[in-house]
Design a protein around this ligand. Structure first.
Ligand SMILES: [Zn+2]
Length: 337
């Protein structure tokens, strides 16, 4: 719901892309072309064939050290170089080049704020490299980040950078929960990594969200959004969330005041049903009551004073959009009570 930025984490993840992802793709292309030209014979004799690529030979000593580390890192009993080997003996250059092109296309779309990306089946080896190695393991590997940026970087740093940059401790997706506690922070892939592995390391596909939003039963899980879709990186979606409050049935109803993309967003995050939970009514009612009380201490609360007070608490307290929408009707409610 909140419009967000992610430029600090973008700097880290672009470094990862330029130093690891792009060279690895080039190495794979190198090998499959050499095999096609007959310069390298099958079956390959050595599993560390990547050391023969022009890309690797052209590396500095530090880059060679980093690649030797990542290639031999074991995940679930297998090394990245085993995947590299399997890819080299399985695919031809046209497939690998097509995939490399797809990687660039999908990532560039996301950087331009376009999340309407068709899902294309990616084979298990490439998927494994992106999800099991890059995202699950290297993202939190001290050695990798030490070599890339000279400091530690991990999921905790991601959340910290995100909170500082956006000056927020509420979940940007739902505005229902706060993300103050570290264990209530999830790195959520807007387009799920299980279906879009090639953009699993793209910072503008990653959102520091609450636990519920990341889970399929309550939030979005790994569902693919309906098209057209927008993400919190595109705009302030909360401005298109209207709320009706029914004091009799003690219920809040969220309705869409925007277009189809906003509606798809609210459905994706299950926000229509999550806002209708009676506990949400209780929280908003409580916040409205205390806001009303605070403002009544001022001699004449104006719209400006309400807005100013709200702005101070926004992004630090949850349910701001609902409160903002409801507060206008609150005096009638107080009279009714
Ligand atoms: Zn959330």
């Amino acid at each position: 719901m909140w419009k967000i930025e992610n430029s600090t984490n973008t700097q880290y993840l672009l470094k990862f892309e330029s130093e690891i992802i792009l060279p690895l793709f080039s190495m794979i292309c190198d090998i499959v072309i050499e095999i096609e030209k007959g310069k390298i014979k099958l079956p390959l004799e050595r599993v560390d064939i990547w050391k023969n690529t022009n890309v690797f030979l052209g590396f500095s000593t530090e880059q060679k050290k980093l690649f030797s580390y990542i290639m031999q890192k074991t995940v679930s009993g297998e090394k990245l170089q085993d995947y590299f080997y399997l890819i080299a003996v399985t695919f031809d250059s046209s497939y690998v080049e097509r995939l490399f092109k797809l990687y660039k296309e999908q990532n560039s779309k996301v950087f331009y704020g376009n999340y309407d990306i068709p899902q294309i089946q990616i084979d298990e080896y490439f998927k494994g490299i992106f999800v099991s190695y890059f995202y699950n393991v290297y993202f939190v590997d001290d050695y990798v980040w030490g070599a890339l940026v000279g400091e530690r970087y991990n999921r905790k740093s991601f959340h910290r950078n995100f909170k500082l940059e956006n000056k927020m401790v509420v979940c940007p997706y739902c505005d229902i929960d706060t993300t103050v506690a570290g264990s209530n922070n999830n790195i959520e892939h807007f387009l799920p990594k299980s279906k879009y592995p090639l953009i699993s390391m793209n910072p503008l596909n990653l959102i520091s969200s609450c636990y519920a939003c990341n889970k399929a039963d309550e939030g979005k899980g790994d569902r693919i959004p309906d098209s057209p879709i927008i993400s919190p990186y595109n705009e302030m979606i909360g401005d298109f969330a209207g709320f009706d409050i029914d004091f009799l049935s003690k219920k809040i109803t969220l309705h869409n005041t925007g277009g189809k993309a906003h509606d798809n967003y609210f459905k994706l995050l299950k926000l229509y049903s999550r806002y209708s939970d009676p506990i949400v009514f209780e929280c908003v009612d409580n916040a409205a009551h205390s806001l009303f009380e605070t403002l009544s201490n001022f001699t004449s609360p104006t719209k400006e004073s309400i807005d100013l007070y709200n702005q101070r608490r926004e992004r630090m307290n949850n349910l701001s959009f609902a409160l903002k929408s409801v507060i206008g009707k609150y005096s009638q409610y107080e009279a009714y009570k």
